[in-house]
Ligand binder design. Structure first.
Ligand code: HEM
Length: 377
């Protein structure tokens, strides 16, 4: 459900995220800078098998961190790695059946659900954010906001100076909004990217085609979002990665605003509904090969990219707040990594043996695996 304070926070978050570059050129530069850091980490493995989770999480998290806090972190900074690890554990634990049932029917499952591990994670994140906020407050300059937190603090200060003390701009709302943005902006995109690399390893012929298109159109040039339109096959592959992995199985809970009859079922106004995104992304009446990795879902007969109405990984109404950022990140990280590396299974593992069964969590992520990144340049 959406009350006044959520609407105000959502609107403020969206405006400020855009002000700090979300979906714009400035953000593109940040992502490309982060790609270079990620490439350096991958290169250090010298083609040996490794688990990409930590480094991809750090790279993706740094984008939302620099928008929210105003700066990025080094990948070996313990403050950062603990933040990223905790976000990861939070998402994994939050997807356990008992937490999911508690989320949907809190009154029924309050006593039964084992929420202890899940809720233990929150105090550490709160403490860590309080320390970051204090540092930002000490150096706050209202004329030069570095990120979302600064903008929030300046708005709060201005309201207080005008004598308004009951606004929604208070410390608790800052904390919850920041924690939501960091969690939503890290796990989703990094999980999708990890699916992308795993699928490239599993289907090397599709990886060949992507790399051939990148070579033909881009050569060694640095990627830009504007290049997407010239790379229809690669674009189709990225869409198909999102469709097949369907990392967010449901959207957030929504409430019906009027009585409605849906597929013969009467739903009363004010009922909470959980839209099942996977049921649409894998719907056999919408997709030719719903359970296969088939980039042609997004290509026409002339091999041009085509949009599909049933492609709704970000949902359709009151959509994901970070969609434009996520789309930019997926395109730039995926294409830059494939320009620089050939991805193969760990030695002794065949493509057939690679398991695509997802691990349970709030998002569906690949099961633990290692892969090799072999430098192409
Ligand atoms: C591949 C990446 C992503 C996917 C698949 C995804 C998907 C979704 C979905 C399905 C929702 C629920 C929408 C609804 O029910 O109304 C959502 C909400 C949200 N997403 Fe994303 N998301 C992604 C990346 C991001 C990023 C990078 C951010 C960073 C800002 C972000 C921020 C949010 C926020 C703040 C919400 C809650 C919006 C609200 O309460 O109205 N997401 N996302």
């Amino acid at each position: 459900c959406f009350d006044d304070h959520k609407i105000e926070m959502r609107r403020f978050a969206l405006t400020k995220l855009r002000d700090f570059g979300m979906g714009k050129r400035a953000c593109e530069d940040k992502i490309m800078e982060e790609c270079q850091h990620l490439i350096e980490v991958f290169k250090k493995f010298k083609g040996e098998a490794f688990d990409t989770t930590q480094s991809i999480n750090c790279a993706v998290s740094n984008i939302i961190c620099s928008i929210v806090y105003g700066s990025r972190f080094e990948y070996n900074d313990p403050e950062f790695t603990s933040l990223v690890d905790r976000t990861n554990r939070f998402v994994r634990l939050g997807g356990s059946p008992s937490i999911q049932m508690y989320d949907m029917f809190p009154a029924l499952f309050k006593r039964i659900a084992d929420t202890s591990k899940f809720f233990k994670l929150a105090p550490a994140s709160v403490k860590q954010n309080q320390a970051i906020f204090s540092r930002l407050k000490e150096t706050l300059n209202p004329q030069m906001c570095r990120g979302f937190v600064d903008a929030f603090l300046v708005r709060k200060q201005n309201l207080e100076e005008s004598g308004i003390t009951n606004s929604h701009f208070h410390d608790d709302n800052l904390m919850i909004t920041v924690m939501n943005l960091i969690a939503a902006g890290t796990e989703t995109t990094s999980t999708t990217l990890r699916w992308g690399l795993l699928l490239m390893v599993k289907y090397p012929k599709i990886q060949d085609e992507v790399q051939e298109e990148l070579r033909r159109v881009m050569g060694d040039q640095q990627m830009q979002v504007a290049d997407r339109k010239n790379l229809p096959f690669t674009d189709a592959v990225i869409h198909e990665i999102q469709r097949l992995s369907s990392i967010a199985t449901t959207a957030l809970p929504h409430k019906t605003t009027q009585d409605i009859t849906f597929q013969g079922h009467f739903i009363e106004k004010g009922t909470t509904v959980f839209p099942l995104l996977t049921s649409v992304l894998h719907d056999p009446s919408e997709w030719e090969r719903p359970h296969s990795f088939y980039p042609a879902h997004f290509l026409d007969e002339d091999k041009k990219f085509v949009k599909r109405d049933a492609f709704i990984p970000f949902f359709c109404r009151r959509i994901c707040l970070g969609e434009s950022l996520a789309r930019m990140e997926l395109f730039l990280f995926f294409t830059t990594l494939l320009q620089r590396f050939r991805f193969t299974p760990a030695p002794g593992v065949s493509e057939d043996e690679l398991d695509l069964t997802p691990a349970v969590g709030i998002t569906l992520s690949p099961s633990p695996h290692k892969l090799c990144a072999i430098s192409r340049m």
